[in-house]
Each structure stands twice: as C-alpha cells, then as structure tokens.
Design a protein around this ligand. Sequence first.
Ligand code: ADP
Ligand code: MG
Length: 730
Amino acid sequence: MSTLRFRAVELAQSRPIVEVKTPAPNVTEYFGLKVFTHDKMKKILPATIYDTILHSVETGVSVDRKVSNHVAEAMQSWAISHGATHYTHWFQPLTGATAEKHDTFFETNGNGKAIESFSGSALVQQEPDASSFPSGGLRNTFEARGYTAWDPSSPAFLMENKNGTTLCIPTVFVSYTGEALDYKTPLLKAVAAVDKAATEVCKYFDPKVTKVIATLGVEQEYFLVDRALFFARPDLLTCGRAFIGATPAKGQQLEDHYFGSIPDRVYAFMKDMETEAYKLGIPLKTRHNEVAPSQFECAPIFEELNIAIDHNQLLMDLMDKVSVKHNFKVLLHEKPYSRINGSGKHNNWSMMTNTGKNLFSPGKNPADNLWFLSIFISTIKAVYENADLLRASIASAGNDYRLGANEAPPAIISVFIGEQLTNVLDDIEKKKTNNNGDGGKKSLGLGIPKIPEILLDNTDRNRTSPFAFTGNKFEFRAVGSSDNCSSSMTVLNTIVANQLSEFKKEVDQKIKSGKEKDSAILDVLRSYITSSKKIIFGGNNYSSEWAAEAKKRGLSNIKSTPHALDAYISKKSEELFLKHHIFNEREMHARHEMRLENYIKKVQIEARILGDVALTHVIPAAVNYLNQLFQNIEGMKKSGFSTKLAKPQVELVKEIAERIAKIKTSVTQMTENRKKINDLIDSRKKAIAYCEEVRNAHFDTITYHCNKLEHIVPDELWPLPKYREMLFVR
Ligand code: ADP
Ligand code: MG
C-alpha cells in the first residue's frame, strides 16, 4: 500500500477554508499602505528636495548626496514607524527570483551604544557579494564585487514576515566594472530609448508631446495544487512539473472549470493574495478560472512598465508566501502537467504620452489616424524585422514545453491585427481611397480610411496569436508564466525604439527633399506595410496549416531554446543593442551564455529527477504488482486450474516486464548521455546536446511507459499522486 499518496489525498480533501480578514472594508483605505509613495514623500520632504527627486525620476539623472540623505532619513522614519527593523536593496538578478540582503537600521557608536542610522549612501548604493549570482562570465571570482544602486522611479515598500518587517528599496544590480547583472538595468535603458524615439515621432503630430511612457499590464496564469500532494511528487517539488502522469479520464474537455465558479478554498487564497497585493500598491483588478482544471489567472490595472514588472515580480513572491496559509502550492511553471494547458504571462503593452494620449488608440478623427498608424505600422515592422530576437526573449526550458502545445501560441512569431485593420493597411498599400461607402467624408485627403472603433469589441479577437493587437494595446502572449517580463519587454521596447527612429529618419529625408509631411509619412508607412505584411496572420495559430504556411512565408519556427537563443548574438542584434546602448558586446554575450547555462541546468535537473522517479517509484510499484501476479499464477497452477485461465495474468506480466525493461534502458542511456555531454566545454553545443540527446531522446519514452504502467498497476500500489488528484482535489 502506498501510504504517502493516500495520506496526501486525505489531507487535501479535509483542509479548512481559511477566513481572510481585510484591514478595512474599502480597498482605498489600505491601498499602498506599505509603500513609500510619492504622496508620502511629498508630505515628509522639503519641497525642493521632493522636486529634485521628481526630476530625477522623469529624466533619469542621479541625485546628489544631500538629496539622498534627506530621502534616506524620511524613508527610514516612515519604515520604522511601520515596524521595520531592517532594510534591503531589492533587485532582480538573472536567476529569475528576486534577491535581498538585509541590514539592520542601527549601528553602534564608539561607546558600544546602538543608534538608528540609515544614510543617503546606504540608500543609493550597496555592495552585495555578487559571486553567487549568475553573470555569464562577466565576473571572475576574484572580482566578485557588484553593487546595487537605487532606482528612484520605483517606490520603496515594506515586506512583512511573521517575525519582522523589512524596508525594500528597488535597485539595479551591476558588476564592479559597470556591466549589468540584472534584468532591470537594460530594461530601464530600453524604456528610455523608446521614450526618446517615440517622442520624436509624436512631435510630427503634437509639439506638446515631450515624453512617452511605456505601459504594461501583466496577466498572470498559475496553477494551484494542495501542498500535501505537491510534496508527494518529487518531480513537482523539484522542477515544478509533473513529468509522469496518465491523462485523467476527465481533463479539460468539458471546459467546466473555465465557466464554473471559483472553489471556496481558492477564493480565500485569491482574496488573501489580493489584500496583500493592495497593501503593496499592486492594483490587481481581475481574477478568474482558466481553461485547465485548477488553473487560474489574475491581472492588474496597467502601470508604467518598470513598475508593472517590479509589481509582477513582487506578486509572484507574494503568491508563494500567501499560498502556504491556505495549504496550496502555486505552480508558476509554464507546463506543470503534460497534455493540459500551460501557463503564460500575457504582456499587455502600450505607450502613453505626457499629454495623456494612448499611442495605440485609433483616433476619433481621421487626422489622428496618421499618428496612430505611424506608431502601429512601425511596431509591426519592428516585430517583422526582429521576430527571431523576440522569440529568443521568451525562450526557456519551461516555455519549450508550452509553446505550440495545448492551446498555447506556437514558436512562430506573427502579429494579429483584426480584419478591419488588415483592410485599412491593405487600402493604404494599394493607395485606395476610402471605400467605406461614406463618400470619403471620413477619410483624410490622403485617402486614409476611417479606422473603426469597434475593434475594442471582444468578438474581434484572436486568442491563438502570440502577438495580438487588442484595440488599444498589443498583447504579447508567448511570454512564459514564470518569466521576468523584463527580458521580453527590453527587446520589444528596443526594437520599437529602433524602428521609430528609422521611421523618423526616413520621413525627415523625404521632407528635406521637398515632400509634404503627411504624404512623406504615408509613403514610408506604405513601404513598411509592403515589406512586413508577411508577419500579419489572422487565422488559427494552433493549426498545422499555419506552420506550413508560415514556412512558405519564410517565418521562423524555432522550437527549442538553445537554437532560439542564437538570435541574441546575431550581427543584427549586436548592432541594435549597441546602437541604443542597451547591452555592450560583453553584456550581450554574457546574457546568451547565462541563458544557455540556465537551460542546461534545468534539463539536467529534470533528467535526474525523471530518472529517479522512474527507477525508485514507478519500477518498484510495477515490480510489486509483478510479484502479486506471479503468486497468483503459481497459486492457480497449484490448485489445478488450466494454464489457459491464467492467460490474462501472464499477458500482464509480459507487458509490465517489457515496459520496465524499456524504462530501465532509456534511463540508463540517458544517464550515459549526460555524462558524455557534461564533458563538453562549449555551452551552446552542450545545451543543444542536452536538448536532443537527453530531453528529446528520452523524456517522452520514459514518461510514456510510466504512464502506461499507471493504467495497469493497482491503484493502491501506485505511489505518485495522479493527475486527477492533483487537478481535481481541492
Ligand atoms: P483583455 O483585453 O485581455 O480581455 P483587459 O482589457 O482587461 O483584458 O486587459 C488586460 C490587461 O491589459 C490588464 O492588465 C489591463 O490593465 C491591460 N491594459 C489595458 N490597457 C492597457 C494599456 N493602455 N497599456 C498597457 N496595458 C493595458
Ligand atoms: Mg488578455
């Protein structure tokens, strides 16, 4: 009898529903309670100091010592009044998680007395030991120093634990030689680049535009599983993914989970998570069930991009912490269960001017349309030109399981813009004047058709597209659920910045040679449509027809991470990154190296755990059953039954023995391959070998036979919680 599994199922079924208390009935009363907001700063700081900070946030200019001392003092007294005893620079190293190194607020003076102290220099800069964070070769161990530097554009906040409160100060993390070791540094540069380029373009249409802010709303998908079941699954515990597991009789085919009500225990978790998020100023707005059983989603109101990403990182942390109270484990893996929908993180991205205009909102009057179209078509062109780099930005071992499987966008990057806008672009390209039947009244003199507003309507959406225009924003859906969005957003904002600056250059040239501004713009847009329309696709991205069609169009379909990552270090990407000062050459190669290393490690761990579970859980269970069958056959023989009667048992014995042999052979071969591959020096070759000779060559074989055994071995002997238990018991 397999005791752990049954104990876990029993526990999972009898969990109490935790009552969640909110600090006040209305969210407005406690929203941002634990954040050192601009409002709070304004109240505490002298006006001149506050203005300097604002200026620094807007322009990116660093603040001087006097100012930082003032801010540090204000921050400290606010934090201490809320019970904080420690402070930490909070940063996003390339490991994927967030990192902290706590320091107390007190120091000792010469007389051994403790005094409270937190200086401007401690606020502005810290030196955590960088040697244990991945750097992709940027740092030798003798040069282990890295430093964190305050990012005044993202507000400080308090993290509460059972045993204390810590002031967290968002920072960037760079090596002693000035190279980025984190996600935030290049992101801030990309956001600045897109601001600069888009502002220049906006000036064609409105000279009052002096700043463009990239905005982001991150829809976060996740699975919940009971903690006891989670801990009874070594693969889930170690990798966040249940490799082995036969498809349950009932999966998601009835879609009853998606449309059903949120289970009570899950509801309590969500409310708890939201309450904690509100205290931290994370504006969660929606919550609902997702398609797969036990899969859910939450989405915030969009914010300035850098802050939205900090908040998403913080949210992932928070979800994990809060889930403990409810005896859940949050699974952020892109594909926790085979053959069941995976999880993504839809990045809803747009740009907003300082004058309050959303650059992806088609205007109400035709004159505004040229503005919208300039930004819109340049973005499409940017995606077309850099599709491989975008693909690279979302590549990870986890996402490889998700892309192109069970209702997830494929690895082919394409853009969905809806039928109406497709027609608009078509008309522009073919120089057709308005054909909407309104006699051209609604069109510009240039023949730009009126852009209908009904795009905001939900019906005109394509859920299968990796990069979809959804009325007033683009939604990048290929991003993996556990990713730090900085990676994809750094690339997206850089390529759009680049395209917009090209656009400006081309238009200016035409104006210089005597063309009128509007027709110069239209000429350039027309050429963009012609050169990049291949990337536009409105059909079913999940279909095999699309894969074939995309191939004909010459679009890439790069299925595995090690190959996808090549685009990071192509000549073209290098030019792009250098031109916009996002990465220098060393940083670029370091990131490539670091992501390969990450991939290698992940697949290595997966292979180990899969081998381990197969050999120490599955095979022993199967052998137990074999023994029972033997005894039974023996017994029948002894009792004088004809051998014919024992035929089914003999067949079972044969099948089990064969499957055991296949599993054993595959695991052994996989281990041999790993040993051989580990000797490779070149990371790219090593990653490809891990992909082909470990993952592709063996994972499916091993899991296939294990899953077949799950269907034969008596339920009471099966040691691993089954899919139906993990997906439906709550
Ligand atoms: P959906 O379009 O996916 O049905 P919503 O329209 O509610 O759902 O938006 C999903 C996400 O897109 C939310 O996080 C929302 O804040 C975000 N979003 C909406 N408008 C913008 C914008 N202008 N810029 C960035 N994100 C936005
Ligand atoms: Mg969406």
